[in-house]
Design a protein. Structure first.
Length: 305
């Protein structure tokens, strides 16, 4: 009668193999998340989530003069009549007297290069931090620490307010420079301003603004150095930053959640196809990132959890 079979010996795997295994299993998991997010009906439109994935850039138009090496373009996620979500807006920001805001019926018209109308701003605009929201252009007037609201219907400035202690005109820009000290952003929760102060020692400070009066409703101080990142945007109350404005294979490298007041490191691939990212903003209605990459106006699809 044969004796009882020897119990199989447990051999611990070498550490390097275990690490490799965990790295290999990470890719399918994120792909699984993408697939389940895509596979659920109506999932793309329902509420908020964390950023999981940024797709490849899609080029909408190209600036044809040196004034458009960097700039800002956008649609209004919450338009006010007579404007619609199709209206597209653009500012070429190279130069000292940037006052022209181009209005297009839709993005296709922007690609052809003929605006329906040109607004001349009462005050010159500084840099690429402007946004369009609820019928207004929110921008930083040149060489000031203020934010102003230009009403697109009345064609006049209806509100202006200083952001206390905000660095401006090259004190706390993003890594590419360009006087990007004060950056406005819009997400599902409203209007934000991204900046830094001497008190924060160059770390990103976030304030929620009242879109009518520009009053500061609440402020958060992050631990992310503003000069250390290339750009940032907000989705669902979370700030996301980009690692580089010129590296073709950059990443979304940090997230700061205003709900919890905590930040975490990320590594979501992000492509700078034309190697000079000067503006990046999220549009909550389109669920896309709008960007300006060396003369090119591009969008990126995103996926949220």
């Amino acid at each position: 009668v044969p004796g009882p079979a020897a119990a199989p010996r447990w051999e611990p795997q070498p550490l390097s193999y275990q690490e490799l295994q965990s790295e290999r299993s990470e890719v399918p998991v994120s792909r699984l998340l993408e697939e389940t997010a895509l596979g659920r009906p109506g999932k793309e439109d329902s509420g908020c989530g964390q950023l999981l994935w940024v797709g490849e850039p899609v080029v909408f138009g190209r600036a044809d003069s040196i004034a458009g090496k960097y700039g800002v373009w956008m649609k209004d996620p919450e338009p006010v009549p007579p404007f619609t979500r199709d209206n597209t807006w653009r500012v070429d920001t190279v130069g000292t007297e940037v006052r022209q805001l181009f209005q297009y019926e839709e993005a296709e018209q922007l690609a052809r290069g003929y605006p329906a109308k040109v607004h001349i701003l009462p005050r010159p605009l500084e840099s690429t931090g402007a946004v369009i929201y609820r019928g207004g252009l929110f921008f930083q007037p040149r060489q000031s620490r203020s934010v102003a609201r230009y009403d697109l219907r009345a064609e006049s400035i209806t509100a202006e307010r200083e952001i206390p202690g905000a660095g401006y005109h090259g004190q706390y820009p993003y890594s590419w420079g360009g006087y990007t000290d004060i950056d406005l952003a819009v997400d599902e929760t409203g209007l934000w301003v991204i900046y830094s102060t001497e008190k924060a020692r160059g770390a990103i400070v976030l304030s929620k603004l009242d879109p009518e009066t520009l009053e500061i409703r609440r402020t958060w101080e992050t631990n992310i150095r503003k000069r250390g990142v290339a750009n940032s945007f907000l989705i669902c109350g979370t700030l996301y930053t980009v690692s580089s404005y010129s590296a073709p294979n950059a990443t979304i490298n940090f997230a700061y959640d205003t709900a919890t007041g905590t930040s975490r490191a990320l590594s979501i691939p992000f492509e700078n196809r034309f190697r000079y990212l000067s503006m990046l903003d999220y549009n909550p209605a389109e669920r896309q990132l709008f960007a300006w990459d060396s003369f090119n106006m591009v969008t990126y699809p995103v996926r949220l959890s």
